[in-house]
Design a protein around this ligand. Structure first.
Ligand code: ADP
Ligand code: ZN
Ligand code: ZN
Length: 822
């Protein structure tokens, strides 16, 4: 008997054993996608992890229900990579599978069953009584869930009845898959003659009956199909292309179809299949400095698999990446080019597309699932050299042979997935993936993360530095504005201090553009009763609600819960509710008023909900159809605009006063990045930062463009307080809907952890936001020495959890781990 170990999309730590029906034996492979029954009613798509012949002890393995594709859907190195993620980030391979594979490839649980369109009940199939009952049920309904068939037929083990029906092709099982994944089809035009049949062709010309239009269409078709070319296979002719080439209306084509000259057929096309188009524009010529940096990177790769390119904003890191990528695909290997956010990719995609044509694939979560499935399939089907430009989740794609991984803006915290599991850092995972493929990795940043820079300085990574901007543009002039003083001097109106206002005035009058940054969305973050101090809180979370003016609602930024703004204070009944503070929406309103006649646009989560919104806002700004762009951190990321002279940071305090060990690092990065948007061309840009803490060292380092000083002060603190890179942190979260149970479970678990890890365990304590979406949270921090064996640490963690798992409070809580939190 043959068995398959199957990974299911569930948070369970093992694979599951199924027996392999004889009919599937030849076709089943490691990486095959299969449908299996799990529990009594549920069905899942799983991936075959491996095949063996060890009969499981103690239970009888169920048979696989169906094999879903003729070829594996996952490559073997991917499976290895999934296991690494699961081990390192303390989650199950099933959770990795769930995150890794587009939804269209993994229908789960609610599997539908339907009669195959080809099945005719009269065809004389011999069916058992129970099979006939199922077929009858299905012929009156379009499709049914397996559980519905069970209910309607009264058959308890309907699974056993359906399996042979699937095998005979009478019943199709992945109906929902078909529903979800819509392949794109194109219509093609065929000539109703064999190639070389001159006589028939003459006949067709005669049939066009002196219609110039029809004749033109026929000639265009012959040309496109290369019908007359000797010894060549005729090319397929797309209907739309034919209409364009011949310039006729669809009616003309239809008339020719009716006459029997042409026929039309449909074909599925991969949205990302190569169309033959290649390079359109040549690679940019590198400046002398860039050329030199490129040389040093290549050199560094001889000794270091991983190299950091530390280049100031606007130094042209992208151009250097492009050179390297061109070289790698020239040698026939693939490239993964990771970027932190989609807002980056629109400008970048155009730049890359121009050079690499259809060798470029773009992959991110805002794509429809269909598009993601198409990219997946394209990669699975080929070993061609391709470049994948993508966000976090593109590390999971089925690469055949990676030669290079580029991680741009490697310091970005958005590389870390916070929720749900796997809570992985795509940068670190990409480095592991690269090493599995024997590929080189290049990390790029103007403000490298402390950990990465430490590794570069201590020789673990190579380091290449670029200190000048391309074509010598100078770094912007940064002014820090003391808001306490401004208020004393009555030089503040609304959110703008006088210097900020004057700078914006001057910029706009010169016909230049300005960017304003505030890391809060909505209209006003604080609503409070001036009489009694009441503030609206979320019903589900331990946070205050933010007022959104356009929607005229109070909204929770954690769970999305909304509520109307009451007219009177619900606590004291007075008409005394006040609105305070500034979110991007209010700032946009205010700028609109203060700079009448100039066009203001806003970029934040609220204005970019759909896929194209980013692009529109960015392009409008790039074409100078808007003068002022207000936004949250989205505007800090790699955007590259010619005409931006000034950048205003409206309130740096919220960045500086964050209670965690990374707050300085985060503040420095964000401010340096947003400042980097100013004056990227000839004229020197200006950056103004409003704060009540002007002497903060982070602001001094930003003002002086002094990354090294920032690094030195930060690494000293990290060493002093035993934070990364000197230790590794694993946060352990406990959540429960019952606050007391969460507390007790956390105490219990912490006690058990102390038994093994002693003083390396901190907490438990309530996290900053201690209740989210009705769950009460507790957190325990584990700090282990960097040199400790992570394998042992993780084995210990699993064992400790197991030792308290039967405690009622622990059992009713959800416990999860966040490894290397950012
Ligand atoms: P970084 O990513 O280092 O901040 P970019 O790669 O975005 O910098 O480059 C900044 C700007 O300079 C871009 O507009 C880019 O097109 C331009 N640039 C950089 N290097 C070159 C080059 N070698 N040739 C032409 N333009 C360049
Ligand atoms: Zn009140
Ligand atoms: Zn909430």
């Amino acid at each position: 008997m043959t068995y398959a170990e199957v990974i299911l999309p569930l948070p369970l730590y093992s694979t599951f054993t199924y027996s392999v029906p004889e009919a599937m034996e030849g076709a089943l492979q490691r990486g095959s996608r299969v449908l299996v029954q799990f529990g009594r009613k549920k069905h899942y798509t799983g991936i075959v992890e491996h095949i063996h012949s060890n009969t499981p002890a103690g239970y009888e393995a169920k048979p696989l229900t169906a094999l879903l594709d003729p070829e594996p859907a996952v490559r073997y190195p991917q499976l290895k990579f999934w296991h690494w993620i699961a081990d390192y980030y303390l989650c199950s391979p099933g959770e990795v599978f769930k995150a890794a594979v587009p939804t269209g490839l993994k229908p789960e649980s609610e599997t539908y069953v339907a009669l195959s369109p080809a099945f005719e009940s009269e065809a004389g199939e011999r069916l058992t009584e129970r099979q006939a009952l199922v077929v009858q049920l299905l012929s009156s309904e379009k499709r049914l869930k397996i559980s519905e068939i069970e209910a309607k037929s009264g058959i308890r083990t309907v699974q056993a009845v359906i399996a042979p029906l699937i095998e005979k092709g009478i019943v199709g099982i992945d109906e929902r898959l078909i529903d979800r994944y819509q392949p794109r089809t194109s219509r093609y035009v065929a000539l109703n003659a064999e190639k070389g049949d001159e006589e028939k062709l003459h006949g067709f010309f005669a049939l066009t009956g002196r219609s110039r239009q029809q004749e033109k269409t026929l000639i265009a078709w012959l040309d496109m199909a290369r019908w007359m070319a000797r010894g060549e296979e005729p090319q397929e002719v797309e209907r739309d292309a034919l209409l364009t080439a011949s310039g006729v209306t669809p009616g003309v084509l239809k008339a020719m179809v009716d006459k029997g000259i042409f026929s039309i057929y449909k074909k599925t096309v991969n949205r990302f299949a190569g169309s033959g188009g290649r390079k359109e524009t040549p690679l940019p010529t590198l400046s002398h400095t860039q050329q030199e940096a490129l040389g040093r990177i290549v050199e560094s790769f001889r000794e270091h698999a991983i190299t950091l390119l530390h280049g100031v904003t606007g130094s042209g890191k992208t151009e250097i990446y492009m050179r390297l990528m061109a070289e790698v695909i020239g040698k026939g290997s693939q490239v993964l080019y990771l970027v932190p956010e989609i807002s980056l990719t629109t400008q970048l995609t155009d730049r890359l597309r121009a050079v690499f044509g259809d060798r470029l694939l773009v992959y991110h979560s805002k794509f429809s699932d269909n598009e993601r499935v198409d990219i997946w399939k394209r990669l699975l089907a080929t070993n061609e050299p391709l470049i994948v430009l993508g966000a976090r989740s593109s590390v999971f794609l089925p690469f055949a042979r990676l030669g290079l991984v580029v991680v741009d803006e490697e310091h970005e915290s958005s590389y870390k997935q916070y929720d749900p599991a796997p809570r992985y850092n795509a940068r670190d995972a990409a480095l592991v993936l690269a090493s599995m493929h024997g590929a080189k990795s290049l990390l790029g940043s103007a403000t490298p993360s402390i950990e990465t820079y430490y590794k570069a300085l201590t020789g673990k990574y190579g380091l290449v530095t670029l200190r000048e901007r391309y074509s010598g543009a100078t770094l912007p002039d940064i002014e820090v504005i003391d808001m306490k003083r401004m208020r004393r001097e009555k030089a503040v109106s609304g959110i703008l201090s006088l210097p900020m206002r004057l700078a914006a005035d001057e910029t706009l009058k010169e016909g230049k553009q300005a960017i304003f940054f505030q890391n809060r969305r909505g209209y006003a973050p604080v609503v409070v009763c001036n009489e009694c101090g009441w503030t609206p809180k979320c019903d589900n979370c331990d946070v205050s609600l933010v007022y959104h003016k356009k929607a005229d609602l109070l909204r929770c930024h954690y769970c999305g819960h909304t509520r109307l703004l009451p007219k009177l204070c619900p606590a004291c009944g007075q008409n005394s509710l006040g609105i305070y503070g500034y979110g991007t929406e209010r700032i946009a309103d205010e700028l609109h008023e203060k700079f009448a006649g100039y066009r203001v646009s806003r970029m934040d989560l609220d204005t970019t909900r759909n896929k194209d919104a980013y692009q529109e806002i960015i392009e409008e700004f790039a074409r100078h159809e808007t003068d002022i762009l207000v936004g949250t951190q989205m505007v800090t990321k790699g955007l590259d605009f010619d005409n931006v002279k000034m950048v205003g940071v409206l309130n740096a305090d919220t960045l500086l006063n964050f209670p965690d060990f990374r707050s300085n690092e985060r503040a420095f990065n964000m401010l340096a990045q947003v400042a980097g948007r100013a004056g990227r061309r000839d004229e020197r840009g200006r950056v103004l930062i409003q704060t009540t803490d002007p002497d903060n060292p982070v602001l001094r380092h930003v003002r002086e463009h002094d990354y090294d000083a920032h690094y030195r002060s930060e690494i000293a603190d990290r060493e002093r307080y035993a934070y990364p890179p000197f230790t590794r942190i694993i946060n352990i979260y406990i959540k429960n809907k019952d606050t007391m149970a969460a507390d007790r479970a956390a105490v219990r678990l912490a006690l058990a952890l102390r038994g093994v890890f002693a003083e390396r365990v901190l907490g438990p304590e309530k996290p900053f936001v201690s209740r989210v979406a009705t769950w009460y949270l507790q957190a325990i921090m584990l700090k282990v020495e960097t040199a400790a064996s992570m394998r042992k640490v993780k084995d210990a963690l699993r064992a400790i959890y197991a030792s308290v798992a039967d405690d009622h409070d622990v059992r009713t809580s959800t416990v999860y781990y966040d490894v290397d939190p950012v």
